[in-house]
Design a protein around this ligand. Structure first.
Ligand SMILES: NC(=O)c1ccc[n+]([C@@H]2O[C@H](COP(=O)([O-])OP(=O)(O)OC[C@H]3O[C@@H](n4cnc5c(N)ncnc54)[C@H](O)[C@@H]3O)[C@@H](O)[C@H]2O)c1
Ligand SMILES: O=P(O)(O)OC[C@@H](O)[C@@H](O)[C@H](O)[C@H](O)CO
Length: 429
């Protein structure tokens, strides 16, 4: 049984990448915005959400009228709410629905959660966006804001570059995109692990209906945005979103403390036999390594010491929330993409500032190397690297290959990275 909807708002937002995070974050902000305005079926902001790669999420959600439960899981209890901000869901392969949605003049915003790899040259999302924008230009449907919600530094700029790379050979479309499309940069934050069977059972008990697509998230949530919305936007500030001139300081803080910390816990934690972020964070060796990493990442953060200390303190509590089962194997995916903004950029900045490479920073790259060599890594963009690592003739050659993949300008660090990897291997033997 699906709970009856109180309203289906007109579609004014499109979304690509119908994963857990979209449902716990942007859809929840939209829900709160609609609630705050007491929006009815004729107004408010409905979302048409498209899957990124597989149709599964759309199938399951369509069977329950796109309504689902959000289980907010604090350190000492659960709260369940119903989200009905999705007005309709689609298989991303449905190109007719996609182009019709983007060509709709009522659609003012396209949000994206397509993972870091989704922006690489050759990925499908930028081409789909180009096709959608071409349909919008043909329909003369006016400006639109594209809002990347992926964990990338300068995500608005990265998206703009990826889209413009595909419009360059079509002068009219290129000029239209440059004039009409706003690429909004964002910092997004809410720890949202993949939903488990156990979560589905918990929601069944708490919500009282058989939700096949609930999503679980921590209570903490943050969204900071910079950029124009030429056709308007939901009043997301009702749920705490902040609109600023420059999102970069917030992005840096998040990527270099939270996400870098996650990567450290994931690669070291898996080598030490842990399964979740909370388990790894409770390991005294890793807790100390995390503090060391945060100290090394500190120089590039544009906040005063008190603000950084407050962010770190909040993170200690968030990582320790053992009721959020955030699997290290999930966090460890796609390291070849994630490690650049999280670890390599801050490491590079340390070197530029005349500081030595951070030992904990090198330690994360060392742990990633050993993770790749286990053969368990899920990172399609590193498959060739894994094969070459296995064939490498010695540890320094191996470290050079790793650096070449994520930091080709830093191959001088091959020897210290090889030493770090050897010592980690010894410690975990
Ligand atoms: N989960 C979180 O805590 C969290 C927090 C902040 C930001 N994010 C961002 O959101 C992204 C998705 O996280 P999630 O938890 O929803 O993961 P998920 O696995 O639940 O969903 C991933 C979504 O991305 C789509 N996708 C994957 N690869 C793609 C590609 N190459 N092109 C287009 N679409 C693709 C999938 O189809 C799916 O819809 C993350 O990669 C991250 O950048 C997640
Ligand atoms: O989402 P990913 O896979 O890029 O990274 C894993 C986690 O670090 C990430 O999802 C965090 O939990 C999230 O960024 C918190 O807001």
């Amino acid at each position: 049984m699906t709970p009856p909807r109180s309203a289906r708002h007109p579609v004014r937002v499109a979304h690509l990448g119908l994963g857990a995070f979209h449902r716990a974050h942007q859809a929840w902000y939209t829900q709160v915005a609609n609630d705050a305005e007491a929006a009815g079926p004729a107004d408010g902001w409905g979302i048409a959400a498209f899957t990124g790669r597989r149709p599964d999420a759309a199938r399951v959600l369509a069977a329950q009228d796109s309504v689902y439960s959000l289980l907010t899981r604090g350190p000492s209890g659960d709260e369940v709410g119903t989200v009905e901000a999705l007005s309709r869901v689609h298989d991303g392969a449905d190109t007719a629905a996609w182009t019709a949605t983007l060509a709709d003049p009522d659609v003012a915003v396209l949000t994206l959660t397509i993972t870091e790899a989704g922006y690489l040259p050759g990925a499908s999302a930028p081409a789909r966006i180009r096709d959608g924008l071409a349909a919008r230009a043909r329909a003369d449907a006016g400006g639109i804001a594209l809002v990347s919600c992926d964990n990338l530094a300068g995500n608005g700029r990265v998206l703009r570059d990826a889209v413009l790379a595909l419009t360059a050979d079509d002068g009219d479309l290129d000029a239209w995109v440059r004039a009409e499309v706003s690429f909004v940069s964002t910092m997004v934050d809410r720890i949202t692990p993949a939903t488990t069977e156990q979560d589905i059972a918990t929601v069944r008990r708490l919500a009282g209906w058989d939700d096949a697509a609930p999503v679980v998230a921590e209570p903490f949530s943050e969204w900071v945005l910079a950029g124009a919305f030429p056709a308007g936007r939901p009043p997301w500030e009702a749920a705490g979103a902040r609109f600023v001139d420059d999102v970069e300081p917030y992005e840096r803080r998040k990527l270099r403390l939270l996400n870098a910390g996650h990567s450290l816990l994931a690669y070291h934690g898996l080598l030490r036999g842990h399964r979740t972020i909370a388990e790894a964070a409770a390991d005294p060796v890793l807790a100390a390594e995390l503090e060391r990493l945060w100290a090394e990442q500190r120089p590039g953060l544009p906040f005063d010491d008190a603000a950084v200390a407050a962010a770190e303190d909040a993170l200690r509590g968030r990582f320790a929330n053992a009721r959020i089962e955030h699997r290290l194997a999930q966090v460890a995916t796609d390291g070849s993409q994630k490690l650049v903004p999280r670890i390599v950029d801050p490491l590079r900045e340390r070197l530029a500032a005349g500081l030595g490479p951070g030992e904990a920073q090198l330690g994360v790259l060392a742990a990633w190397t050993l993770h790749l060599l286990t053969g368990d890594a899920r990172d399609p963009h590193a498959d060739a690297l894994v094969a070459r690592l296995r064939d490498a003739r010695d540890p320094v050659a191996r470290a050079s290959l790793v650096l070449d993949a994520v930091a080709p300008d830093l191959t001088d660090l091959a020897r210290p990275l090889a030493e770090s990897t050897a010592s980690l291997q010894g410690a975990n033997a």
